[in-house]
Design a binder for this molecule. Structure first.
Ligand code: CDP
Length: 220
């Protein structure tokens, strides 16, 4: 059987894993799964359809029926471009609230497995190495201090033209970390055998080099 290799990159919000995952995928010519985008898309679609963020059956229906397309950097929801809309802080907060619901998580499993295509996949999220791709060839757990993450998120939001407030961002990161690590289903934690990477004092390039180096030393 031809196994398709997978690299998982998990970690807390704003740790830089999205950028690292995308550069690693680009360098290796692998596909990229931004699993957080799926939770964000579900949250956005639910809000737009008037489904309450506490209505699990309603949300499961939304997640199971998502009509999405990834075209390079562009993300389309029911044919409409939502690449920027899903990055709004409010959508991130809503995504993290619905991500605690087991039904929503299960509804997104097959969709995520579908991203595993030759010649390989880089999967970015919270539970890629622990739940979705437990047989991954390389598992990375990427972290950074809460201050470094708030600073990055602040610059990212301002850069996209969204309003941002440092104190509110720090509080939001702490709340989101708590929701991600303390939830009963698929909590955020390093997978067994994961390589830990603290990027607080690292550039993106250094983090990318580190991951590529680890992947090169994986026995093929
Ligand atoms: O940009 P940020 O890291 O905050 O968020 P994201 O990676 O786009 O994911 C949005 C939310 O979805 C996160 O706050 C997580 O709570 C949730 N999520 C998850 O539960 N499992 C994943 N594999 C990916 C995201």
């Amino acid at each position: 059987m031809n196994r398709i290799p997978v690299i998982t990159i998990d970690g807390p919000t704003a740790s830089g894993k999205g950028t690292v995952a995308s550069r690693v995928a680009q360098t290796l010519g692998f596909a990229l799964l931004d699993s957080g985008a799926l939770y964000r898309l579900t949250a956005l679609a639910a809000t737009e359809s008037g489904v309450d963020l506490g209505d699990e059956p309603g949300l499961v229906g939304i997640a199971a029926g998502l009509d999405i397309r990834f075209e390079g950097e562009r993300i389309l929801l029911s044919g409409r471009e939502v690449s920027d809309a899903i990055r709004a802080e409010a959508v991130g907060v809503a995504a993290s609230r619905i991500a605690i619901l087991p039904g929503v998580r299960s509804a997104l499993v097959d969709l995520q497995h579908g991203f595993r295509r030759a010649p390989g996949l880089v999967a970015d999220g919270r539970d890629m190495g622990t739940v979705i791709f437990p047989d991954a060839d390389l598992k990375v757990f990427l972290t950074a201090s809460v201050e470094a993450r708030a600073d990055r998120r602040y610059k990212q939001l301002i850069g996209k033209g969204f309003p941002a407030n440092m104190r509110a961002l720090l509080q939001d990161l702490r709340d989101r970390d708590a929701r991600d690590t303390e939830r009963a289903v698929a909590p955020l934690k390093p997978a067994e055998g994961a390589h830990l990477l603290d990027t607080s004092d690292m550039t993106i390039e250094q983090a990318v080099e580190k991951v590529l180096g680890w992947y090169q030393s994986v026995p093929q």
